[in-house]
Design a binder for this molecule. Structure first.
Ligand code: AKG
Ligand code: FE2
Length: 129
């Protein structure tokens, strides 16, 4: 897309020294991001919070798949129809978790605004640009 920039980030979460579970990355939503594509080694750790905020779900690691995460900008563009989930990384075991993320970010100077098709009586505008 010519309205987005792309950012690649490599991340390493060291295994905890003891056999406890350690917070690797604090709970967050992907701010400013349209969409994130994540690929990791086969060490689990990524957890996604359910929409009702009650449960953390483990994202099962797989070398054959990517994880696609909706970011805050996509949430705004779809007028809240797509959910930008809270997620975090919890590390256990004795192997480091490695991940690479491809993030798309609106180019500076662009304002994210929900198109008219996303706004109706059942879906009043959530965020003003
Ligand atoms: O490393 C991961 O699995 C998650 C990374 C992440 O959520 C982020 O960089 O925003
Ligand atoms: Fe994230």
């Amino acid at each position: 897309m010519d309205v987005t920039d792309y950012l690649v980030r490599f991340q390493k979460y060291d295994a905890p020294k003891s056999n406890e579970t350690k917070l690797g990355l604090d709970s967050h939503t992907d701010k400013k991001i349209v969409v994130t594509i994540l690929y990791g080694n086969e060490v689990k750790g990524l957890e996604v919070l359910t929409k009702d905020g009650k449960y953390w779900i483990n994202a099962e690691p797989s070398k054959n798949s990517f994880i696609v995460m909706i970011g805050e900008s996509f949430h705004a563009w779809t007028n809240g129809r797509l959910h930008a989930p809270y997620h975090r990384v919890m590390v256990t075991g004795d192997e480091a978790r490695l991940s690479v993320g491809l993030f798309s970010v609106p180019k500076s100077g662009y304002i994210m605004k929900a198109p008219d098709e996303m706004v109706d009586e059942d879906h009043p505008i959530l965020l003003k640009p």
